[in-house]
Design a protein. Structure first.
Length: 97
């Protein structure tokens, strides 16, 4: 499974970011530009995923890792963000609300 750090995420250009946390968690603060597709509903929304490579984030990296594994098995080019939104905030990077 591919993974990147929050520092690498910040430097990436033109790679969609999917946040798999629940709606309330996402609303409380997320990486700017992230799109919310909760893990609990992503199975019903597979047709909305980006065509090419994309990154997947959650709060600490556990849920996103499981989602990335499942999506890779279906042929998607997904990359997990290690440390998740928590690590992003701890690094002092901005959150959107």
């Amino acid at each position: 499974m591919k993974s990147i750090s929050v520092q690498q995420l910040r430097e990436r250009q033109d790679v969609p970011l999917i946040d798999v946390r629940e709606v309330e968690e996402f609303a409380a603060g997320h990486v700017p530009g992230a799109v919310n597709l909760p893990m609990s509903t992503i199975g019903e929304q597979l047709d909305t995923l980006p065509e090419g490579p994309f990154d997947v984030i959650c709060q600490v990296g556990g849920r996103s890792a499981r989602v990335v594994q499942a999506l890779e098995a279906r042929g998607h080019d997904a990359t997990n963000v290690d440390g998740g939104t928590g690590a992003w905030a701890e690094a002092g990077f901005p959150l959107e609300r």
